[in-house]
Write a protein that binds this ligand. Structure first.
Ligand SMILES: *[C@@H]1O[C@H](CO)[C@@H](O)[C@H](O)[C@H]1NC(C)=O
Ligand SMILES: *[C@@H]1O[C@H](CO)[C@@H](O)[C@H](O)[C@H]1NC(C)=O
Ligand SMILES: *[C@@H]1O[C@H](CO)[C@@H](O)[C@H](O)[C@H]1NC(C)=O
Ligand SMILES: *[C@@H]1O[C@H](CO)[C@@H](O)[C@H](O)[C@H]1NC(C)=O
Ligand SMILES: *[C@@H]1O[C@H](CO)[C@@H](O)[C@H](O)[C@H]1NC(C)=O
Ligand SMILES: *[C@@H]1O[C@H](CO)[C@@H](O)[C@H](O)[C@H]1NC(C)=O
Length: 833
């Protein structure tokens, strides 16, 4: 097996260092500067007895540290001993290198900080959960008996979404625990919330500071994210979720009778609400495998390193081969391509779509430009053109922060624009500022949200916009001598069919690590999703909140998976993924194509939504499935170089033949033939006929074009040959292969068993990655990039200079790495500072 993450092309190491130095910056002095925290990953367990596994950890660490076994035992931060073998410990650079050479050690990975996948949040209140109508509830008994593990920021156990009313006993196979701590004890678990654990040893000592950022040393959620994702997946029915006369219906999760096990591994750090280290997340995965969850839901991820497998995904592999279906958020790094996370073939990576409702509020600027905001407030009339400015005297830009707003009669009758400040903000202060703005008698307020916030904006004339739109309005106020704005009533477009769109923040494929694997796999609603939340202030209504992100899309799929597990207890994780993917829709209910949200709008493609938007009803009865087993996954690990050639077939397996419900061919020149095998899970005697939409300039042949199943023939293979006659290099070409039996075809024309075909001419060469940084230092700071180039790799950074101010707290930059290496393999180090 390969060690020390030597998997890859040269260039990944640049970002590798960037992240490490960032992390060190976050650490406090209490961590020994010479030592860094590492995960020592030892792969599958060599002993069934956990104490022997632990002993093997002590032995290998004692050898490397040159100490006694007892001393070694004391320096272990975590043992990973249930789902796989490994441990976390502090090592110097040279010890880490030595460790990588030790027998049995697969990989030595430095600690990294991951983040939650919510980009935007609103605190609109009380609308019905719109995704429930398509769920195959009755037959699946709403997921009863299935255990869904959620690795996130913990749980607010008092929320009605976690009530166990009407539920039977805890499944007897459950081996988990309810581990208490601050304001949480075993009495907070029940027949719904059957397990709760917390893991924070990966977080630097002192980094959790409850006087600066609220946090509980227990499974209790201080952020809201974990409560939201858990209730989206498995929340119990909560009737009469309504707000101020708006009859808003029943809130519920995808599988309202499934049981919940919570693993808190993400923490509210000052300036970083919901930071998760790979050290803690891996511990949560290990415990969840031990406890006996059926589904694991992870709405977290990143930093996605190009060409590099993530240790979390490798740990999740051990979960999947034990039959646990793993669902992850694709990431919120869109709309750029090459940003998708959790690209391993054993994981279901979920993109975020809009739902068929929205609350657009037109904002017309004095220059006649109209911008759409969102508002939940329906009680106002058009304002007519009003003066527009920041809180206070309308001139001082630095006072354009919502939380600084004081009562000020100069705002009376005007429209006020304000920005909520960066992450880690105390929401109470923001809300106090907003109350001051309202009580000053404004005609309206435009509130630019920091992405991860929840604030109150529902019972007065306020409109929320994202930071980009806020910045646009702000620049208009600076460019016009008498800035004006007109606000119009919100149009509630709930009743009409709205085009389904893929959210702009949703991470896009293709995957750099494995371009032959289509990621994301599927899309699910992830914009303005209503679910349970931690109570904000004393207002009990606020225990429900709208949130947006692939974080919200992921638990939709986790809930649906719980239903499928009841309906088809013997399906493998790959079979479940296949059922979700091949029945997913690429058109919206009105028959229109699915678009992307960003301007200019484009028709979405498989790099946006994978196979399409999940349709639970159809996934329950997919007809055919593309199954995969451990050998397929091992072949994948060989093909990305994670396994050494000694552990791989002598002929390097081709990723093109992984039995995925999609066919992606990077670098198509001439002709390529791939094989797929389908298993009939529908009626025994059925015949499926292939139909093809050709990618532009590509000939596609399917052999055989007809698959006849009967009671003895349940599995059939077919080949697909794609021949390109393209001269051009670059671009992506999309097609589709559908298998239809007569009956299904009548029912679902064009939707049955859709299999995307993608060709990517000339994928190699240069790669572009995007990173976003948030300024947590002095407000007005300018950072300039400097680069040490890895050998024979050209590195470009755009922009080279990041200028932060009181408005601009977050910047994205692009790093382009172009290799002119001929050889593959080896390490080349660089640094971006
Ligand atoms: C657990 O906490 C609840 C309230 O927070 C308290 O009423 C109860 O006595 C505690 N139970 C135990 C076993 O400590
Ligand atoms: C928490 O942060 C405050 C303010 O920065 C500081 O005074 C205090 O010492 C910190 N507490 C701990 C436990 O580090
Ligand atoms: C937020 O600020 C309010 C008022 O300044 C204070 O009462 C509250 O404790 C703060 N909350 C947190 C989590 O720091
Ligand atoms: C805005 O539109 C109105 C009516 O169409 C027009 O009279 C006015 O000149 C326009 N203003 C600008 C700045 O273009
Ligand atoms: C906004 O102000 C109005 C009166 O101007 C008041 O009735 C209302 O309660 C206020 N709402 C909030 C959230 O402050
Ligand atoms: C199923 O199909 C195979 C191949 O066409 C055929 O040999 C076999 O007899 C069929 N079995 C039944 C039960 O019809």
């Amino acid at each position: 097996m390969k060690k020390y993450t030597s998997i890859t092309l040269s260039a990944q190491c640049i970002l590798f260092f960037l992240l490490i130095s960032y992390e060190q910056h976050l650490s406090t002095a209490s961590e020994n500067a010479a030592n860094k925290m590492y995960i020592v990953y030892m792969g599958e367990r060599k002993h069934s007895d956990p104490s022997l596994v632990v002993d093997s950890h002590h032995n290998v660490l004692a050898t490397v540290l040159g100490t006694s076994k007892e001393t070694a035992a004391d320096s272990i931060i975590y043992h990973y001993k249930h789902g796989f073998s490994g441990f976390a410990t502090m090592l110097t650079d040279s010890q880490a290198k030595m460790m990588a050479e030790m027998p049995g050690v697969v990989d030595v990975i430095p600690k990294m900080v991951h983040k939650l996948h919510t980009t935007r949040s609103w605190d609109y209140l009380g609308l019905s959960f719109s995704h429930a109508t398509n769920n195959p509830y009755p037959k699946s008994n709403m997921g009863d008996g299935i255990i869904v593990g959620v690795i996130d920021t913990g749980i607010w156990p008092e929320s009605k979404s976690f009530s166990d009313q009407g539920l039977g006993p805890i499944p007897s196979r459950w081996k988990g625990a309810c581990v208490g701590g601050d304001q949480f004890n075993s009495s907070h678990c029940n027949r719904k919330l059957i397990g709760a654990r917390w893991h924070n040893k990966g977080v630097a000592k002192g980094a959790i500071n409850t006087t600066v950022a609220m946090e509980y040393f227990s499974p209790r959620d201080a952020v809201g994210h974990g409560t939201h994702t858990a209730s989206t997946a498995v929340g119990s029915l909560v009737h009469e979720v309504s707000f101020r006369g708006l009859a808003l219906g029943t809130a519920r999760g995808g599988a309202p009778r499934a049981r919940l096990a919570v693993y808190k591994a993400c923490w509210n750090l000052p300036g970083r609400p919901g930071a998760c280290t790979n050290v803690d997340v891996l511990k949560a995965v290990d415990e969840a495998i031990h406890d006996g969850v059926d589904v694991l839901s992870l709405s977290l991820g990143g930093p996605a390193l190009p060409y590099m497998a993530s240790i979390i995904d490798i740990g999740l592999f051990q979960a999947v081969i034990k039959g646990i279906t793993v669902v992850c958020a694709a990431g919120n790094e869109g709309p750029r391509l090459h940003t998708v996370g959790h690209v391993a073939p054993w994981i279901i990576s979920v993109a975020a779509s809009t739902m068929d409702r929205s609350f657009p509020s037109p904002i017309m600027l004095g220059n006649n430009r109209t911008i759409m905001g969102q508002s939940q407030f329906t009680g106002y009339k058009e304002t007519g053109f009003r003066d527009l400015g920041c809180p206070g005297d309308f001139t001082d830009a630095s006072s354009c922060n919502c939380e600084d707003a004081v009562l000020d009669s100069r705002m009376k009758g005007k429209v006020v624009l304000c920005f909520t400040s960066a992450a880690g903000v105390n929401n109470s202060n923001v809300n106090r500022g907003l109350v001051n703005i309202n009580l000053s008698g404004v005609a309206g307020a435009i509130i630019a949200f920091y992405p991860t916030q929840a604030i109150t904006c529902y019972d007065w004339h306020c409109i929320v916009v994202d930071y980009d739109i806020g910045a646009e309005i702000y620049s208009y106020t600076r460019s016009s001598r008498k800035p004006k704005v007109k606000l119009s009533p919100t149009k509630t477009l709930t009743g009409k069919p709205l085009a389904t769109k893929i959210a702009d923040f949703s991470s896009r494929g293709p995957s750099d690590l494995s371009p032959a694997i289509l990621k994301p796999d599927v899309a699910a609603p992830g914009v303005s999703v209503l679910a349970a939340y931690v109570p904000q202030e004393e207002n009990l209504h606020q225990s429900f909140a709208f949130q947006s992100g692939t974080s919200m899309a992921c638990p939709h799929v986790s809930g649906i998976v719980a239903l499928l597990k009841v309906l088809h207890p013997n399906w493998s994780p790959a079979a479940i993924r296949s059922a979700l993917a091949t029945t997913a829709s690429t058109i919206d209910p009105s028959g229109e194509p699915i678009f992307t949200v960003e301007e200019p709008q484009r028709v979405a493609n498989p790099f946006h939504y994978g196979n399409g938007i999940v349709i639970p009803n159809r996934a329950a009865d997919p007809g055919l499935i593309y199954d995969m087993g451990n050998t397929d996954y091992a072949n994948y690990l060989c093909s990305i170089g994670y396994l050494n050639s000694a552990d791989c077939p002598s002929k390097k397996p081709s990723m093109l033949n992984l039995n995925l419900p999609s066919i992606t061919i990077p670098n198509l020149r001439g002709s390529v033939t791939v094989t797929r095998t389908v298993t009939n899970v529908g009626s025994a005697d059925s015949t499926y006929v292939a139909s093809i939409e050709h990618p532009l300039g590509v000939k596609v042949g399917v052999k055989p074009p007809k698959l006849a199943f009967n009671s003895t023939v349940k599995k059939l293979s077919f080949t697909v040959t794609l021949s390109s006659n393209q001269k051009a290099i670059g671009g992506y070409y999309f097609g589709r292969l559908s298998w239809s039996d007569g009956i299904h075809k009548l029912k679902h024309p064009m939707l049955n068993l859709n299999l995307p075909l993608i060709t990517i001419p000339n994928h190699r060469g240069s790669v572009m990655v995007t990173r976003t940084v948030t300024n947590v230092g002095p407000v007005d700071s300018v950072y300039v990039a400097s680069i040490e180039h890895p050998l024979a790799v050209k590195v470009g950074v755009k922009p080279l200079k990041l200028a932060f101010n009181s408005i601009v707290k977050t910047f994205s930059f692009i790093v382009t790495l172009s290799s002119n290496h001929k050889a593959i393999g080896g390490y080349y180090f660089g640094r971006l500072i």
